[in-house]
Design a protein around this ligand. Structure first.
Ligand code: SF4
Ligand code: SF4
Length: 160
């Protein structure tokens, strides 16, 4: 399925999503990288050692969720746009997602945008909380979504 569509299955995701206890504690990274390719900038970018050093350039990232602070520095390092940070504790009903974004124009802080799932389908609306311009073309956008959408939304689209 993943090889054909590029979209991970629930089984694929089970292996990379932190447990409920960790999700409930603090912001935390989720790395949705499933294909062994020669690529390792994520592991180099994390100065806290939360992404374990690769033994082989083709390794898949392995995360120590207890070391991750959810800082999001690794997000823009990934050429595959596969890294996200989730904060389920923003409010009773809403959660934050930090996600990579390479489209232009960039959204503005406070703007309402479309929330997209992993296949690029619109699944709802989101509000832009922060826009972080990075040194490379992978900027980092923080969006606010209903809590029940936090594991579904993985991209966004500017309206209009
Ligand atoms: S979010 Fe920060 S602490 Fe967590 S893996 Fe990425 S760089 Fe490391
Ligand atoms: S940088 Fe991105 S694509 Fe490369 S190994 Fe890390 S998560 Fe996968």
């Amino acid at each position: 399925m993943l090889e054909k569509t590029g979209i991970p299955t629930d089984d694929d995701l089970k292996g990379v999503i932190p447990n409920k206890r960790r999700l409930a504690k603090d912001p935390v990274v989720i790395i949705e990288c499933f294909q062994k390719i020669p690529c390792d900038p994520c592991a180099i970018s994390c100065k806290l050692g939360a992404i374990k050093p690769f033994e082989d350039i083709n390794d898949l990232p392995q995360v120590d969720f207890d070391k991750c602070t959810g800082c999001g520095i690794c997000i823009s390092s990934c050429p595959g746009l596969a890294i996200f940070v989730i904060d389920e504790n923003y409010s009773e009903k809403e959660a934050l997602i930090k996600l990579p974004y390479e489209m232009l124009p960039l959204p503005r802080k406070g703007e309402d945008v479309y929330a997209l799932d992993r296949s690029g389908e619109i699944v709802g609306r989101a509000k832009v909380i922060k826009v972080l311009k990075t040194k490379n073309q992978t900027n980092v956008i923080t969006i606010l979504v209903p809590k029940n959408m936090v594991m579904k939304v993985r991209s966004m689209k500017v309206e209009g």
